[in-house]
Write a protein that binds this ligand. Structure first.
Ligand code: AMP
Ligand code: MN
Ligand code: MN
Ligand code: MN
Length: 303
């Protein structure tokens, strides 16, 4: 696939419709199929109402929302990119890899992420036991009340319970006081290997995108090593503009995308109204200096 050359010069004279930098693409968000609060249909409808022109629903380790999202997108006339966010363990850290443009019916991808989901229930029971030991009663039942997909119990569901039960003011406080390393309710877990997750995505015809690189506690050297290994495994893009990056990180990861010759992605990581910092489609556009991961996709999707 050839890349259009980046930069304002390449865009001059291009009609807005043919200008990938001007497209309101949101390629990272969640529904209640994982740890969001809205149904897949409601996420797509909300994205459409917010002016999103190209959407990917990227539930954690789950494909079950894809058919409903695609059908709703077709009805509303919004370009839809099938997606997923896969949990990976790399050098002891949890890393998230987005698979964009995957075939949601690919058997190997489905089997791979089913394996990743399989450990979640036992992990959640252990989280509940730890919280119980810390004096928080009925955390299991409390978290389950927020779960819509029994195969996908996440820390977010526990976090919602901890807020609802008055233990914390908001989700941000939860992740400072609980559920993270060294705090009650933290259960270390081994997710997929990086090469496995990227392999499933590529095998399903998708593009592997490293999610929110600014969030990993790896240091400069560790991050460099991660990006190298991600590229060697077949990863070809990173999130540059995303809900968990600061403005400084937009610039930093735009530079890194160029250094590594990665394409750049944009995604809110929206989990629900009143909960997420960033609304669907509400982020700044990608900088001119990087190539949007979706450049060249629109025609294929509309065809
Ligand atoms: P899990 O996959 O069960 O480890 O849960 C991870 C999820 O927790 C992420 O996808 C986020 O939705 C949520 N999360 C992690 N850290 C935070 C935070 N500081 N504030 C809000 N949500 C968070
Ligand atoms: Mn999440
Ligand atoms: Mn993530
Ligand atoms: Mn996410």
């Amino acid at each position: 696939m050839t890349s259009p050359s980046p930069g304002p010069a390449a865009r001059r004279g291009a009609a807005a419709a043919d200008d990938p930098w001007a497209l309101n693409a949101d390629l990272h968000c969640h529904s209640a199929i994982s740890d969001g609060t809205l149904s897949p249909e409601a996420v797509v409808a909300r994205a459409h109402a917010q002016g999103v022109q190209m959407l990917s629903l990227t539930d954690h380790d789950e494909l079950a929302g894809q058919a409903a999202a695609l059908e709703t997108a077709r009805k509303l006339g919004i370009a839809y990119v099938p997606g997923i966010e896969i949990s990976v363990t790399w050098a002891g850290e949890t890393i998230h890899v987005l698979g964009l443009g995957i075939d949601p019916d690919d058997a190997a991808l489905a089997a791979g992420v089913a394996g990743v989901r399989a450990g979640r229930e036992a992990r959640a029971r252990e989280m509940a036991a730890q919280l119980e030991a810390a004096g928080i009663v009925a955390a299991w039942e409390g978290a389950l009340r927020h779960v819509r997909n029994p195969q996908l119990i996440s820390r977010t569901h526990f976090a919602r319970f901890l807020v609802e039960a008055g233990h914390c003011a908001d989700l941000g406080e939860v992740f400072l006081r609980y559920l993270t390393q060294g705090r009650p309710g933290y259960v270390p877990h081994r997710w997929a290997r990086l090469s496995e997750a990227v392999g499933w995505i590529l095998g399903a015809g998708g593009t592997a995108v490293l999610a929110h690189p600014g969030r990993y506690r790896l240091g400069d050297v560790g991050l460099w090593a991660l990006l190298q290994e991600f590229r060697e495994a077949g990863g070809s893009a990173i999130e540059v503009i995303c809900g968990s990056h600061t403005r400084d990180q937009y610039a930093r990861f735009a530079r890194m995308a160029r250094e590594f010759d990665f394409r750049a992605s944009r995604g809110s990581d929206f989990h629900g109204p009143g909960e997420s910092r960033v609304e669907l489609g509400a982020l700044p556009p990608l900088p001119d200096a990087v190539v949007p991961v979706w450049a060249g996709w629109a025609a294929a999707i509309d065809a």
